[in-house]
Design a protein around this ligand. Structure first.
Ligand code: TXA
Ligand code: MG
Length: 331
């Protein structure tokens, strides 16, 4: 199959909507990462998503909507959801709510709940509007690889497996949405992401945080699986104390195909051609992380030493993704 990369235009949206209506899958940009979409009501098309990604089929998909009417169509809206819809949608977050019957179990991974997200991205919203149905989509990477933040990343992973990619340029946020379970008396964080927890708590009240990385139970099915891995071995150098020394030591002992990913001020101290700058703060780090991990593979590095940051604001998602990418190799 030939994979077309399309620049956004009414004709391109109509073309992609036709593909969706005929049971095909299409990759599209959002403000977080690129998604691989199908009609949320077309089980056969949903099956094509799992096949193209090589994704385990018990891992549910997020349903992407362009307006509140579509939310009402797929889920039972409660008081927490009303706050989220008023304050945070569109935006880089996903709410888990009880699903309505119209959502196939193929989409919810057999669960009675559904993840819902309204992307803060004009191309995504136009695409969904042209399709006329909610669009279920995981990140548009091959399962286990870093999530794609450009159309080229999607092409690198899925060329020949999907008919079209809508090209919306580089994703503004660069890390996946924050997922909150709103089906409980106290909302619970399922995945740190593009919306800082502190911002959500300011409007929703206390949000329960479980140590998902070390917990034996998977709160959301996706947690069971290995994630975000470049081909290189990743080592996470935890924040604090003698962090600079620990980065230098690992860099020096790891041979000459080792890259260092770190914030700009640390990059200035370490120096050298293998140092890849992640930005000035955790927000920029979150934005750049997946692209940098892919870049390390392209440049042929076999080891990556990545600087950890404090787990607040955007730092929470940076540490979460790096912990997974490293498979727990923390220094
Ligand atoms: O930013 C994002 O969320 C991107 C863009 C494309 O929207 N999507 C994304 O999808 O990251 P995916 O499939 O790569 O990750 C979705 C996660 C998975 O870990 C899945 O297990 C979890 O959300 N999830 C989906 N529906 C769920 C549900 N009903 N209950 C619990 N977890 C759910
Ligand atoms: Mg994913």
């Amino acid at each position: 199959m030939k994979t077309e990369i399309l620049q956004p235009s009414p004709a391109a949206y109509e073309h992609c909507a036709k593909l969706i209506r005929s049971g095909e899958i299409v990759a599209f940009p959002t403000e977080t990462v690129y998604g691989l979409g199908a009609s949320a009501y077309d089980e056969e098309a949903v099956g094509k998503i799992y096949a193209a990604k090589g994704r385990p089929s018990d891992n549910p998909l997020i349903v992407h909507v362009c307006d509140e009417k579509q939310i009402d169509e797929v889920a039972f809206i409660n008081d927490f959801a009303r706050v989220v819809m008023a304050r945070f949608m569109p935006g880089p977050m996903t709410m888990i709510l009880p699903k309505k019957d119209i959502v196939p179990y193929r989409v919810s991974g057999g669960l009675e709940t559904v993840g819902i997200r309204m992307p803060d991205n004009d191309v995504a919203l136009s695409f969904i509007r042209f399709c006329g149905v909610p669009i279920c989509a995981p990140s548009a990477n091959v399962s286990g690889r870093p999530s794609p933040t450009t159309a080229k990343h999607v092409f690198d992973d899925l060329a020949g497996k999907i008919p079209a990619i809508l090209d919306g340029g580089a994703c503004r946020v660069g890390v996946e949405s924050t997922i909150i379970d709103l089906t409980r008396p106290v909302p619970r964080l399922l995945r740190a992401g593009g919306m800082p927890l502190e911002t959500l708590e300011a409007k929703l009240g206390k949000i329960e945080v479980v140590d998902t990385l070390n917990s034996k139970v998977a709160l959301c099915p996706g947690m069971k699986y290995k994630h975000y891995s470049p081909k290189a071995e990743v080592y996470l150098v935890a924040a604090g104390g003698d962090q600079e020394e620990r980065i230098r030591r690992k860099y020096n002992e790891s041979g000459n195909k080792t890259a260092v990913i770190c914030l700009d001020d640390m990059a200035a101290k370490i120096g050298g051609p293998d140092v890849l700058r992640a930005g000035k703060d955790s927000e920029e780090y979150a934005h750049n992380l997946f692209a940098l991990l892919r870049r390390c593979d392209e440049l042929g590095y076999d080891t990556v030493v990545a600087q950890g940051v404090t787990e607040e604001g955007y730092g929470r998602s940076v540490v979460n993704r790096l912990t997974k990418a490293s498979g727990g190799k923390i220094i």
